[in-house]
Design a protein around this ligand. Structure first.
Ligand code: XIL
Length: 375
């Protein structure tokens, strides 16, 4: 009996010791604290979707009430060759969200990146005609949105079509179809699920030129009766960009144009920025690895961690103060270990971009956000 008691006690001690997440769950959750403010979400990679990481699984279900697929709903994965769709991961993602009562976002229907090459070319390798590309886009959108009709609450319809200076990205969609590819994409998505919310999603959406073009587009959509519910501001931040004020001005501009704002891909790199200029998230910008660019492989120095927490807290203050405009804030991942920032824009770095560390422990800012939400 005595031995039994000791074993039970040891068992509990072991659980408490290794179970940083178990301990954490005595803390109030983000979703509970923010429930009157906005949805709080995370992007799920394929391991998370299939619940292969029990500690992350526990965190996701406990902390978040919204999910988005990090990769598995991009066109190169959903339709790797024409007319052949692969649904396993996406189906499971939607089931995961439904089983846990979450707000499910589909990401993304039309994007120049992570699209299969066949989409834009004919059998001779030449660009397809405008008509063919429109038909491929229509078919892709109708098939994907139609499959999850009534289950996926909102779609990133078009991703990253506009550059920082406000000009249009010269993507295949743009050069073959023209800028009305965006209008068509939104119309097709609306046809496929009239109840789904529809979003325009992009990075660096605080650059004034980009803001101006997006505001024009939103206003034109409204005037022409094309459904658009929100601008998704990706939110891949660095320690020195954007400023809170720049971000606030952009939120105000989008809200002023008559749409909600969602912070759709939030993370904040703690590492030096390799390129001059805008930072951002254009995945073609990968630059060569340099040791100087990877200074914190043995852990994040306390003062950098504190600065990271402070800045992330300031952004949440902004989001909470604007919760009449901001309807969702979604982190691009869960823990530092699996963040795409470890490989972008430089491969193989050790970054600290997310609210949970490599041991699944909440960073101090999580507690602070909970306190802000409850106030
Ligand atoms: C990223 C994923 O996180 C990576 O795993 C993948 O290798 C590349 O794409 N903007 C977007 C996201 O809209 O889809 C991108 O996700 C990050 C930038």
């Amino acid at each position: 009996m005595k031995t039994m008691k000791i074993m039970v006690a040891l068992g509990f001690a072991a659980l408490a010791g290794c179970g940083s997440t178990a301990t954490q769950q005595q803390e109030p959750s983000l979703k509970e604290a923010l429930k009157d403010k906005f949805h709080i979400g995370a992007a799920l990679n394929v391991d998370y979707i299939w619940e292969r990481d029990p500690k992350a699984d526990e965190l996701i279900k406990y902390q978040f009430d919204a999910i988005v697929a990090e990769n598995c709903m991009k066109s190169m994965f959903l339709q790797p060759s024409e007319g052949e769709f692969f649904w396993d991961d996406a189906d499971r993602f939607v089931e995961f969200g439904e089983a846990n009562g979450m707000w499910i976002t589909g990401h993304c229907l039309v994007w120049h990146s992570q699209a299969p090459a066949w989409f834009f070319f004919d059998e001779n390798g030449d660009d397809v005609s405008r008509e063919v590309l429109i038909e491929r886009m229509r078919n892709h959108i109708h098939t994907v949105v139609g499959r999850y009709k009534g289950r996926i609450k909102g779609w990133d319809v078009v991703n990253e079509a506009i550059l920082e200076d406000g000009s249009w990205r010269q993507s295949k969609f743009y050069t073959i179809i023209g800028k009305d590819f965006v209008d068509l994409a939104f119309r097709f998505a609306h046809e496929a699920d009239p109840d789904a919310e529809l979003y325009y999603n992009d990075y660096n959406e605080w650059h004034p030129g980009k803001v101006a073009t997006i505001v024009d587009m939103v206003q034109r959509f409204k005037a022409e009766g094309i459904r658009i519910d929100a601008v998704g501001m990706q939110g891949h931040f660095g320690m020195d960009y954007p400023s809170i004020e720049e971000f606030r001005a952009a939120i105000d501009a989008y809200a002023g144009a008559g749409v909600k704002v969602m912070v759709t891909e939030l993370d904040m790199s703690a590492l030096p920025r390799p390129q001059r200029g805008a930072g951002g998230a254009n995945i073609a910008d990968t630059v060569a690895y340099k040791a100087a660019m990877n200074p914190y492989t043995a852990g994040l120095p306390e003062e950098v961690a504190a600065a990271w927490d402070k800045r992330m807290g300031e952004f949440f203050r902004l989001f909470i103060d604007n919760s009449d405009k901001v309807t969702r804030v979604t982190f691009w991942g869960v823990t530092d270990e699996t963040s795409w920032k470890n490989d972008f824009p430089v491969r193989g770095r050790t970054d600290y971009a997310l609210p949970f560390d490599r041991d699944y422990r909440a960073k101090p800012v999580v507690k602070e956000i909970v306190a802000m939400g409850n106030r």
